[in-house]
Design a protein around this ligand. Structure first.
Ligand code: MGD
Ligand code: SF4
Length: 727
């Protein structure tokens, strides 16, 4: 028997059987709002945009959640997902108590346990790992606020390795490329000044399907002011439908287009010469570099006509510097992602949009001191150079690299903590490796609100309460207006769930590390921090959001010098860091692989009703979008003899099949590609709504391309075909 079998026993959590009703436990009164109403301030946790909101309860039960009008992340309006987020509280499939893996009658299963027992087991295994292998051998995978508490705990224990999939599976190449060029990343919320843009270029970023609240609002404001929208996408996406120009580019050739645009801007003298002379270095090298990349050359690569490439380049120049080439968000596509993101950064520099109205603003956050607790000791070893020394330009953990170093008995890592991230579907093509890691790791702890697939690999599963039942750290993001926002609990934790700060503190107690968590209640931390900036917990519980004055201007000031955190204190068109580390210092185009006969590029994206896989089982959001569909061009559908609405399975060249998925025949996709929304195809029956609904793109990814600069996992280089159900 395997040391750690994947467990998906629906009976474990009880009440297997009938599907859950919507918002069960929340009996609506005859007229909503006629009962006893109370309100609590919160910060939405359905995605990382973190909109501040007010939660209304009626007779102590959830009623509705609405955006806080004072909050610049939402301006009083939550998106579909945020509004439906309330159902995460009453989801009947939530994790209800700690679970520990046991073997009963020769079979592995989970048994409910008390917190004390579960934490005692974890502490015992952590002590054994420290004794036998060293105290730096536990890795943390984290996506979300509460991860900070486990990071603190593990650092106090001696393990500093921490990875967020939002780096190597999402924004890593973008942050790295912008950092190399401008000395700073884009950050989150993205520092785009879209409301004032006169021209916006979306290059594989489908704002409107990808609902980051204020991004969508500012894009709409720009369109109301007749800004020119140019969308580059192999698919006719929602923003493509609102664009002056839709460029249905051949998948994976975006860098060719970006180089051709630079060629036009430079050769037609349309770039911002004054800005470039004042702030940039490496222009001569760039000029020479882009000469071969004419629109005629790019036509053959991208399938886009030279006249269209020239026309769009001129439109950008005409509106500059209020032209924004959007940096995108999920940018790990074909493995040449840092190069593509560098090309986007350089194009913005040529147009003079960095630090200018309508381009990119300068971010500022509230100067909020940390609570005066003892700092965890500095690491004894540099785990980064041991584990990910091949990526010297990366200053954070690379999730897939940490996983590589967890497989086998000689692997560096011996234990994992996984907080709020379902690695099973987040890291492409990971299942086999996950099984191998599960076999060799001595401890795997998963902290989640739901029985996500990853919990099936754990030794111990710890149920966190939802964001509606807990305090978290104050939201303090670097952005346009410095604000603080408070998440406060509207309900006590349901079942036997607990907040992350409590779990980490209790576990610290079991490990004799309690001095690093010198608070009884997280309210003490929040109140102390707020006092330092002239507020209090009492005030924030009343207002939810507090705005602070900026100390620096939003844009560059014409008469003042600007400091760039780059080697030459200038915007680096030619990157010296890339040259020094053996990478191409100017953006290089790598032609993508084309699908074998009968196969299609596997394209994926987001939908307005869901955030990745984490919301599929949410009863309200499931009702809005219960399954995904696979978009197929009519010519391809005819060739495959599949009809609109028919169920098929997707198959990759290695023979892996997906769950069944419905076909959507549409002209909105190129004939060489298919498209589906990511996050579906759950395989764990404990998520009773999501189980078996739609297909999972990640499990089909057979050709993951690693970005040599950041280690990010390029996820768009895989191919699939459609197999009819009866075949
Ligand atoms: P989800 O799949 O939504 O996001 O990937 P993940 O971070 O894995 O899983 C989030 C988990 O958090 C769920 O299991 C949910 O139940 C749990 N959770 C939700 N709220 C809480 C909470 O309050 N506390 C705790 N403890 N758990 C909670 C995202 C990652 O995926 C990212 S950032 C990107 S951009 C990539 N996107 C992407 C893609 O588009 N396509 C493919 N194929 N892969 C992708 N991988 C990346
Ligand atoms: Fe919540 Fe939507 Fe805001 Fe994300 S964008 S935090 S889901 S309201």
């Amino acid at each position: 028997m395997q040391r750690r079998e994947f467990l998906k026993l629906s009976a474990l959590l009880g009440s297997a059987g009938a599907l859950p009703g919507l918002l069960s436990g929340c009996s609506a009164p005859p007229l909503p709002g006629s009962g006893e109403i109370s309100t609590r301030c919160t910060v939405c946790n359905i995605c990382f945009w973190q909109c501040a909101a007010t939660l209304y309860t009626e007779n102590g039960k959830p009623w509705k959640v609405v955006g806080n009008p004072e909050d610049p992340h939402c301006n009083g309006r939550l998106c579909t997902r945020g509004t439906g987020g309330i159902a995460s509280y009453s989801d009947p499939d939530r994790l209800k108590q700690p679970l520990i893996r046991v073997t009963e009658n020769g079979k592995q299963t989970f048994r409910p346990a008390s917190w004390d027992e579960a934490l005692g087991i974890i502490a015992g295994k952590m002590q054994a790992i420290a004794e036998h292998h060293g105290n730096d051998r536990i890795a943390l995978f984290s996506h979300g606020d509460g991860g900070k508490h486990f990071q603190r705990l593990l650092q106090a224990y001696g393990s500093h390795a921490c990875a967020h999939p939002s780096f190597a599976q999402c924004r890593g190449p973008r942050e790295t490329a912008f950092g190399l060029t401008f000395g700073e990343g884009v950050g989150s919320p993205d520092r785009t000044d879209m409301a004032k843009s006169r021209c916006i270029v979306l290059i594989g970023s489908h704002i409107g399907e990808n609902l980051h609240n204020s991004q969508v609002q500012t894009l709409m404001q720009a369109l109301d002011q007749h800004a020119t929208l140019i969308t580059v996408d192999p698919r006719f996406s929602v923003p493509a439908s609102k664009s002056r120009h839709w460029l249905p580019i051949k998948p994976g050739t975006d860098t060719a287009l970006l180089l051709a645009w630079m060629n036009v801007l430079i050769n037609e003298q349309l770039y911002d010469r004054e800005y470039v002379e004042r702030y940039c270095s490496g222009f001569e090298e760039l000029d020479r570099h882009v000469q071969p990349y004419t629109p005629e050359w790019a036509w053959l690569e991208t399938g886009l006509e030279p006249a269209l490439i020239r026309e769009t380049a001129r439109a950008m120049a005409q509106a500059a510097p209020a032209t924004l080439i959007h940096p995108g968000r999920h940018v790990t596509w074909y493995g040449d992602d840092t190069q593509r993101c560098r090309a986007i950064a350089i194009l913005n520099a040529l147009l003079g949009s960095w630090g200018r109205p309508g381009g990119f603003y300068r971010q500022e956050k509230v100067d909020l001191p940390p609570y005066p607790a003892p700092a965890p000791p500095e690491p004894e070893h540099d785990w980064m150079s041991t584990v990910q020394g091949n990526y010297p330009l990366v200053t954070t953990g690379i999730s897939n690299v940490l996983i590589d170093h967890s497989v086998g008995k000689d692997a560096f890592f011996k234990g994992w903590f996984i907080y709020a991230t379902n690695l099973t579907t987040t890291i492409p093509g990971i299942r086999k490796q996950l099984e191998q890691a599960a076999e060799s790791l001595e401890l795997m702890v998963v902290v989640d609100t739901m029985p996500a697939e990853i919990t099936g690999y754990a030794d111990v599963v710890l149920p966190e309460c939802t964001y509606l039942e807990r305090y978290d750290d104050l939201r303090n993001k670097a952005e346009r207006t410095p604000t603080l926002a408070l998440r406060s609990p509207a309900f006590p934790p349901r079942h036997d769930s607990k907040p992350a700060w409590w779990i980490a503190r209790e576990l610290a107690g079991h490990l004799n590390l309690g001095k690093y968590f010198p608070w009884q209640d997280y309210r003490e931390v929040l109140d102390w921090q707020l006092e330092q900036v002239g507020s209090s917990l009492e005030e924030m519980e009343r207002i939810g959001v507090k705005t602070f004055p900026r100390k620096t201007p939003l844009s560059f000031e014409p008469d003042k010098p600007v400091k760039f955190n780059t080697p030459g204190n200038r915007i680096e068109l030619y990157s010296r860091h890339l040259a020094r580390t053996g990478h191409d210092p100017l953006p290089k185009y790598t032609p993508p692989e084309r699908p074998p006969e009968g196969y299609f590029h596997l394209n994926y994206g987001r939908a307005a009703a869901h955030t990745f896989g984490g919301t599929i089982n949410n009863p309200l959001l499931f009702e809005l979008m219960p399954e995904n569909t696979v978009w197929v061009h009519p010519a391809a559908a005819a060739k495959l003899a599949v009809g609109n609405g028919e169920y098929v399975r997707l198959k990759n060249p290695e023979g892996t099949h997906s769950n069944r998925i419905r076909v959507r025949v549409t002209q909105r996709i190129r004939p060489d590609s298919v498209f589906l929304v990511h996050g579906f195809g759950h395989t764990d029956p404990r998520q009773r709504l999501a189980h078996g609904a739609g297909a999972d793109d990640s499990g089909l990814m057979h050709n993951v391309k690693i970005d040599p600069v950041t280690g990010g996992t390029g996820m768009r280089a895989s191919f699939v075909t459609l197999v009819r159900e009866e075949a």
